[in-house]
Ligand binder design. Structure first.
Ligand code: FAD
Length: 399
């Protein structure tokens, strides 16, 4: 196990302002929420020697949480949003290290194929920033792409980008594994619902639904789509949950063209952004529309898929993957994005309590960042650090 000093050298210094100062290290940190953000924060805190208590209302990667799906895409392309390309590059390294450390596979490297309609500025900008982080991006011609992926009908596509180092992650499974890993390092884990009072100064105690409380030196709230409800005053509508449907279709018998050996993760960047994940343990060909859906209640919302969305997914398949035009739907999931107004994450102290940290706003792209974001938050908490202004709540006041 690395010492605190060696781990610090690995810290994501670009996301932090000022030099780390260890004297401020809290002894006991409560992390509320065991999704991608909370589980990784807890693990990093435990790795660095803090006493950690993880609290989750339903469990890591539970079916209501935003991290509760089967798979999530990891890619380095972020247009001109350099902070995320840098974070994704760091996260990719950390996912790989974690796989080695735990002898489990959570990252499946398929590459990611981006298909552009008219405007591919996103590709040009992304490729430049990715190169700076050591992430290669090919720009295949349409002719090359037709040869390489004959399962795809490229009608309407004018340019392409292929990210070699991209792929997909096992989402819910990795959250549970990361919590187990934190427990193995001494973290305590409790299934309970936190009921924090909006703080008016240093928080010393966290009340739990149904009675009881936990005392600690610092508190991290990584509550995904619930963050605004827990802190209506400072977060409130700055995290909005939207309903997102995902479908799995079945390839014809014996047809291997739609598995991960023959097809990468793909993104169709046209009028809408539609993306998909092939294979994943023969669970079907995943397809989803990234357009934010209607507002959604993550606790009690109905998670049945809708005929209109199924029809839209099928219409897309018919056009882009003609061999799947009549493929049976094998399953569907309804999850929610937890969108911030500018789709940047939120990582900040509560303005009224320096030992309360608010972490969320994954905005449909947070999962992949778990290891890097957790590392960053743990460093901030243990060193009394200052987050990158792009992630702080004050940015909303400036607009
Ligand atoms: C359909 C879909 C596709 C996506 N695709 C991608 C992708 O391809 N790539 C990518 O990187 N990201 C993707 N995302 C986004 C990503 O999944 C999320 O940003 C990320 O999982 C958010 O993690 P989180 O830990 O912030 O929230 P969550 O996973 O929701 O975790 C919050 C946790 O807090 C707990 N909690 C809440 N309130 C309380 C309370 N009061 N007390 C105790 N516990 C509480 C919940 O039980 C939950 O476990 C996608 C999201 C969706 C919905």
């Amino acid at each position: 196990m690395p010492t605190r000093r060696t781990v610090l050298k690995l810290a994501t210094a670009p996301f932090l302002l000022g030099a780390p100062a260890f004297h401020a290290q809290p002894r006991h940190v409560v992390v509320v929420g065991a999704g991608a953000f909370g589980s990784w924060t807890a693990l990093w805190l435990a790795r660095r020697g803090a006493r950690v208590t993880i609290v989750d209302a339903w469990g890591p990667g539970n079916m209501r949480s935003s991290s509760g799906g089967e798979t999530r895409v990891i890619r380095g392309s972020y247009g001109d949003r350099a902070i995320y390309t840098r974070m994704a590059a760091r996260a990719l390294r950390l996912w790989r290290e974690y796989e080695q450390e735990s002898a489990r596979r959570f990252f499946v490297r398929t590459g990611a194929l981006w298909m552009f309609g008219t405007d591919d500025t996103f590709a040009t900008t992304s490729a430049r920033l990715m190169a700076a982080e050591g992430l290669p991006a090919e720009r295949p011609t349409l002719e090359e792409a037709r040869q390489r992926w004959p399962q795809i009908d490229f009608t309407g596509v004018t340019s392409l980008m292929f990210e070699q180092e991209a792929g997909y992650l096992l989402a819910r499974q990795s959250c549970a594994h990361v919590v187990d890993r934190a427990k193995a390092l001494g973290a305590d884990y409790r299934v309970a619902s936190a009921r924090p009072a909006e703080p008016g100064g240093t928080m010393t105690r966290l009340a739990l639904e149904g009675g009881g409380s936990i005392e600690a030196d610092a508190f991290v709230f990584a509550c995904g789509p619930w963050l605004g409800r827990l802190f209506p005053g400072v977060v409130g509508a700055r995290v909005r949950a939207t309903r997102q449907e995902t479908f799995y279709f079945g390839a014809p018998q014996g047809d291997t063209r739609f598995g991960e050996d023959q097809l990468p993760v793909w993104v169709d960047y046209g009028e809408r952004l539609v993306y998909g994940v092939p294979g994943n343990a023969h669970r079907g060909f995943k397809i989803a529309d990234d357009t934010p859906g209607p507002p959604f209640d993550p606790t009690d919302g109905d998670r049945a898929t809708t005929p209109a969305q199924i029809d839209a997914a099928r219409a897309f398949l018919r056009r882009r993957f003609p061999a799947l035009a009549d493929a049976p739907m094998l399953g569907g999931e309804v999850c929610q994005y937890e969108n911030s107004p500018d789709s940047h994450f939120i990582v900040d102290r509560h303005p009224a309590a320096e030992n309360v940290w608010l972490v969320g706003g994954g905005s449909g792209h947070g999962f992949k960042m778990g290891p890097a974001l957790g590392e960053m938050v743990a460093t901030l908490v243990l060193t009394d650090g200052t987050p990158d202004p792009q992630l702080r709540l004050a940015r909303f006041d400036r607009k």
